[in-house]
Design a protein around this ligand. Structure first.
Ligand SMILES: Cc1cc2nc3c(=O)[nH]c(=O)nc-3n(C[C@H](O)[C@H](O)[C@H](O)COP(=O)(O)O)c2cc1C
Length: 196
């Protein structure tokens, strides 16, 4: 006989929902098997068209409402976010049946303490990617060997820090879906249910 799962607190309580959403983001950093570990980052292309790609979620600071991603400074997303820092981030956790949609503004860090701390904390096998030549996205005649030299990668390494201005939550449940939005105008938190 199957037992129904206990009703989670986030079904009816916006503050429990907030805690659950932040917990999914924190687990996305800590647990490589979490689908939130590899969210989709959307930015506005240099030609104004939408762009989306997978990145690894490296850090989440709940108090600052920031998420940390690592990328090659020479990549298109870096140029896109430098021109227009507005982003959207999407993740869906099938086990939790929750979709997260974040929006906000990105800052780019290449030569400051944020970038240096992230580089120092990176594994050698992660660092090596940043020494690739020529730049990521350059057309080549044939697939090329993987780069070997981690030291020269530092000059290409960058941190994308996403500061969220809003978080939208959608929970799929047989008893009735739940949709809610948190946002932080003027630093104050607002939370509201939305029609799913
Ligand atoms: C599972 C997975 C994880 C990835 N993680 C990163 C990452 O952490 N940083 C990154 O720059 N690209 C990552 N990529 C590659 C990006 O999706 C993308 O192809 C690349 O960064 C070029 O994007 P751009 O041309 O928009 O700059 C990852 C791809 C996959 C499939």
């Amino acid at each position: 006989m199957s037992h129904p799962r206990p009703r989670p607190g986030h079904a009816d309580d916006l503050m429990e929902l907030r805690a659950a959403a932040f917990e999914l983001l924190a687990r996305g950093v800590a647990d490589r098997r979490s689908p939130v570990h590899t969210p989709t980052l959307a930015s506005i292309g240099l030609d104004g068209t939408p762009r989306a790609r997978t990145l690894v979620l490296r850090g989440f600071d709940a108090a600052a409402r920031t998420l940390r991603l690592h990328s090659d400074q020479r990549g298109e997303k870096f140029a896109e976010l430098a021109r227009d820092p507005r982003f959207a981030l999407h993740a869906y956790d099938p086990a939790a049946q929750v979709q997260l949609r974040l929006q906000g503004v990105a800052s780019l860090h290449t030569d400051d303490a944020v970038a240096e701390a992230a580089w120092q904390a990176s594994q050698p096998f992660s660092r090596i990617c940043y020494s690739i030549e020529p730049a990521p996205g350059t057309p080549i005649a044939a697939p090329m060997p993987a780069p070997q030299d981690e030291v020269v990668g530092r000059q290409h390494f960058g941190v994308i820090l996403l500061r969220m201005h809003s978080l939208e939550w959608l929970w799929l449940a047989a008893e009735g879906h739940r949709r809610a939005r948190l946002d932080w105008p003027d630093g104050e938190e607002r939370a509201t249910w939305l029609v799913p």
